[in-house]
Design a protein around this ligand. Structure first.
Ligand code: ATP
Ligand code: MG
Length: 184
């Protein structure tokens, strides 16, 4: 049974894969935003849930307000710098995963992007097993994108599409700080 969100069945019936954008090079979150833009153009309902990153001051939040059928929920608190997980980081990551589950299982969205969730797994705030269990039970024909560095091998094995952004050069290494409109 195909759940309908208002898009034609010939488009909807081909959705339902899991994609991963990982690696140390720039372009993981922006690739998923590019996909969101394209999907919106075809009338897909798109949701991005942001793990870990601070909730304010991203160009994509301002742009999403102007893009039809595209919602961003910034649910992170800050970039966790410590390699040792803090209780608050674990609790928030779990709550955010729960929210992701509710939104995915609602059937309202055709494309759901879980931004920086790979970092949450890599830092052991979430286990790949719990993320896979959540994804396995989801309604049919919902495409899911997982972004962030360090995607664990279990989730890479489970996914259908995996792209690794390779760091060759980044201006950060010559002292150029994050720029408005380019990095955020
Ligand atoms: P973007 O959001 O620009 O697509 P990303 O999602 O691939 O980047 P993250 O690991 O989420 O990269 O990076 C967080 C921030 O660090 C972003 O502002 C990003 O532009 C910047 N960044 C990405 N790659 C590097 C790098 N190799 N060195 C320094 N900063 C980086
Ligand atoms: Mg990112």
């Amino acid at each position: 049974m195909i759940k309908m969100s208002g898009i034609p069945p010939e488009i909807k019936s081909k959705l339902g894969l899991v994609q991963i954008y990982t690696g140390n090079g720039k372009g993981k979150t922006t690739a998923s935003l590019g996909l969101a833009f394209r999907a919106s153009g075809r009338g897909l309902e798109v949701l991005m849930i942001q793990f870990l990153k601070p909730p304010e001051d991203y160009g994509e939040h301002l742009a999403a307000e102007k893009v039809p059928n595209f919602t961003i929920l910034p649910l992170g608190l800050n970039h966790m710098m410590s390699k040792v997980p803090r209780e608050t980081d674990i609790k928030l990551a779990r709550e955010t995963l729960k929210r992701a589950e509710e939104e995915i299982y609602s059937g309202k969205y055709d494309l759901v992007i879980l931004d920086e969730i790979n970092n949450a797994m890599s830092w052991k705030l979430l286990s790949p097993e719990e993320v896979i269990t959540m994804l396995k039970g989801r309604p049919e024909n919902i495409e899911v994108v997982l972004t962030g560095r360090g995607a664990p091998k279990e989730i890479v094995e489970y996914a259908d599409l995996v792209t690794e952004m390779t760091l060759i050069k980044h201006p950060f290494d010559k002292g150029v700080r994050a720029r408005k409109g380019i990095e955020y």
